[in-house]
Design a protein around this ligand. Structure first.
Ligand code: SAM
Ligand code: DTB
Ligand code: SF4
Length: 339
């Protein structure tokens, strides 16, 4: 792999004193984004449960007894209604997830139809469906797909501790297939899965050295789901400041990308979420459910951003008013934030 950044350099960033790390992350953030805006993405599980994979954190694996109700692929009307509601609440991106190993030939055109329907509402589209071929990625691109989410999840070394049925290299191949089809890549990971600091270093090092950095980098904190090996295996919660550090280092290494404060927010207080946003997260999942687990309600997030003088990023053409007045004094002293 020809490296854009060495593993040692990533380790050094993680080891910086927090004020130094945050200062650098904020500078990188400002250079490429308006630091007062947060992109809102809403998730919908379009096919739930009975997944043949063995991801140790996941409520949807058929191997774990999590009591989750299985649902076949949702129909067009249900998906359109959910996407429309998300748009009205201020979300600009709609992400549909399916608990599949790979997408069957029968389901490929059905998913393409769902993508086209969401795109027609004027939202950005994202899907996460497991392993896909370049041809399938092209079919989805033609239907209007903007992003494909497929995470590396953790370092190559720790990976086999949490997933054995899909290899790291298979994931990298799916990411190449997505890129070749001209679809943007959403790829990140999960913390709190029994990994060490060095595994978090390894994850971000892999992400930053992909042939092109991912356009979108979700950082999830484990949502412990009873019945899964990771929730039942006594893995202790990761130090919350490690989540902040992971976000800050991701922001510095991938300054142009969206860095998403993803799963795990219901267990974070607002001060910690605010710290993640200050550390460079500029996207979050909104709506009271992620795929199968809880997430703060839209109103809670709207109130949180307002208290911070921040606001959801608006689509180019939007009928949703989320404006919070600009701060002329801050602009006079600091200069207007980068556009
Ligand atoms: N089945 C698809 C796949 O694995 O590519 C897509 C959905 S999967 C739910 C997407 C990501 O969500 C996982 O890679 C993991 O990082 C995250 N995730 C899943 N369950 C989680 C949990 N209980 N807590 C935190 N993150 C989770
Ligand atoms: C990602 O990295 N996080 C999202 C999205 N990609 C698909 C999923 C989080 C799932 C959290 C557990 C659940 O709700 O089932
Ligand atoms: Fe299946 Fe995705 Fe859950 Fe893994 S994370 S068990 S692939 S739904």
């Amino acid at each position: 792999m020809s490296e854009r950044v060495t593993r040692e350099a990533v380790r050094d960033l993680f080891e910086l004193p927090m004020p130094e790390l945050l200062f650098r992350a904020m500078a990188a953030h400002r250079e490429h984004h308006d630091p007062t805006q947060v992109q809102w993405s809403t998730l919908l599980s379009i096919k739930t449960g009975a997944c043949p994979e063995d991801c140790g954190y996941c409520s949807q694996s058929a191997r774990w007894n999590t009591g989750l109700k299985r649902e076949p692929l949702l129909d067009l009307d249900t998906v359109r209604e959910a996407a429309h509601a998300a748009k009205k609440a201020g979300s600009t991106r709609f992400c549909m997830g399916a608990a599949w190993r790979r997408v069957s030939a029968r389901d490929t055109p059905r998913v393409a139809e769902l993508i086209a329907e969401v795109k027609a509402l004027g939202m950005e589209t994202c899907v996460t469906l497991g392993t896909i071929t370049e041809d399938q990625a092209k079919t989805f691109a033609d239907a209007g797909l903007d992003y494909y989410n497929h995470n590396l999840d953790t370092s190559r070394e720790h990976y086999a501790e949490i997933i054995t049925t899909r290899s790291y290299d298979e994931r990298l191949q799916t990411l190449r297939n997505v890129r070749s089809a001209g679809v943007k890549v959403c790829c990140g990971g999960i913390v709190g899965v029994g990994e060490t600091r060095e595994d978090r270093v390894g994850l971000l090092w892999e992400l930053a050295n992909l042939p092109e950095p991912p356009d979108s980098v979700p950082i999830n904190e484990l949502v412990p789901v009873a019945g899964t090996p990771l929730a039942d295996g006594g893995v202790s919660r990761v130090d919350p400041f490690e989540v902040v550090r992971t976000i800050a280092v991701a922001r510095i290494l991938m300054p142009k990308s969206y860095v998403r404060l993803s799963a795990g927010r219901t267990d974070m207080d607002e001060a910690l979420q605010a710290m993640c946003l200050m550390a460079g997260a500029n996207s979050m999942f909104t709506g009271d459910t992620l795929l199968t687990t809880d997430n703060p309600a839209f109103e809670q997030d709207r109130a949180l951003l307002a208290r911070l003088g921040m606001r959801p990023e608006q689509a180019e053409e939007s009928d949703v008013d989320v404006t919070v007045g600009p701060c002329a004094t801050a602009d006079r002293i600091l200069g207007a934030p980068a556009k």
